[in-house]
Design a protein around this ligand. Sequence first.
Ligand SMILES: CC(C)(COP(=O)(O)OP(=O)(O)OC[C@H]1O[C@@H](n2cnc3c(N)ncnc32)[C@H](O)[C@@H]1OP(=O)(O)O)[C@@H](O)C(=O)NCCC(=O)NCCS
Length: 163
Amino acid sequence: MDVSLRRLTPDDLPRLRQFWRENWGDEFVVAHGVVYHPETLNGFIACSANEWIGEITYTFTGEDCEIVSLDSLRESQGIGTKLMEAVLEEARQHNCRRVFLITTNDNLNALGFYQKRGFEIVAVHRGALNESRKIKPGIPLIGINGIPLRDEIELEMSLRGEA
Ligand SMILES: CC(C)(COP(=O)(O)OP(=O)(O)OC[C@H]1O[C@@H](n2cnc3c(N)ncnc32)[C@H](O)[C@@H]1OP(=O)(O)O)[C@@H](O)C(=O)NCCC(=O)NCCS
């Protein structure tokens, strides 16, 4: 499959909002108590023949780069890896100290995906989803794989010390 990446542009925002609504329940993302709206984020879109097949969004705070969302619409074809590598490269260009992200305790697939690619679990924020539900009440009580959706898990890749 011929996959190309391009930067997220203002023209993509309606599609991205719709995508988040369909896949994440609303047009914004909540992580560690912060609300992220698409128009405030950087991102890349993965396309095949002009069709969206993946998206990643990220933001810079101080020396940190945070991945806010990552979705592959055609799994196990290298799209998630490609999107993540594009953000790692951006973070290196910005001389970031680390790239980090929040996932949830039920997302066993994502936990495996990130750890296999060099991310380490650096914190478990127990019960954080209770706080997120105050902002985004639609967050379900039961998540992926029938697992109670409770905790935020913070993973990071340190970029300091890289050759
Ligand atoms: C997590 C997620 C982004 C991964 O995306 P993906 O496109 O499936 O990722 P990749 O294809 O790059 O890698 C997935 C697996 O496919 C394998 N793979 C990649 N290309 C392949 C190919 N051509 N043939 C067979 N397997 C392949 C990879 O080796 C990898 O396996 P591994 O992790 O055991 O090494 C995706 O599962 C997803 O969108 N999940 C739902 C949303 C989500 O949970 N996002 C993260 C929230 S924080």
